[in-house]
Structures are given as structure tokens and as C-alpha cells.
Design a protein around this ligand. Sequence first.
Ligand SMILES: [Zn+2]
Length: 76
Amino acid sequence: MSFDVTVAPKFDTCFAVNCRMCNSQNFVRVDESDFIAWRNGELIQNALPYLDANERELLQTQICGTCFDYIFSDEN
Ligand SMILES: [Zn+2]
């Protein structure tokens, strides 16, 4: 039995997150150990610095970037 660790991806966990506003499915790829660090209380920007703001929002609130912009944009 062999296992070639050199081909193991850096980001080994992919979350499918359904936006609770528009129900669109979004994928967020993370390193599992980084994700665990966040769940254990690390600030998300420290634990998962490679995620963009929309991806962090998805994990924290289950709201996609499009809906987030819609909610927080001022109505004209
Ligand atoms: Zn949405």
C-alpha cells in the first residue's frame, strides 16, 4: 500500500454552502486544520486568510456575496 503525499492538495476540504437568502450553492475550499482552528475560536481572518470576504461571509452567516451586497446596499 502506498500513499503519495506529494499529490495531496493543500486545500483538502470543500464545503458546499447554500445561501440562506437565495439558496444558491457556493463552494468554499479550505485546509481542514485551518477550519478547525477557526471553529475553536481563532479569528477567521487569521485562521483562513486565503478566503476572500465573500467566502468568509458564507461560512459565518450562510449568505452569499450577492445577497450580502443587496442587504447592505442603500436603497436609492
Ligand atoms: Zn445569496
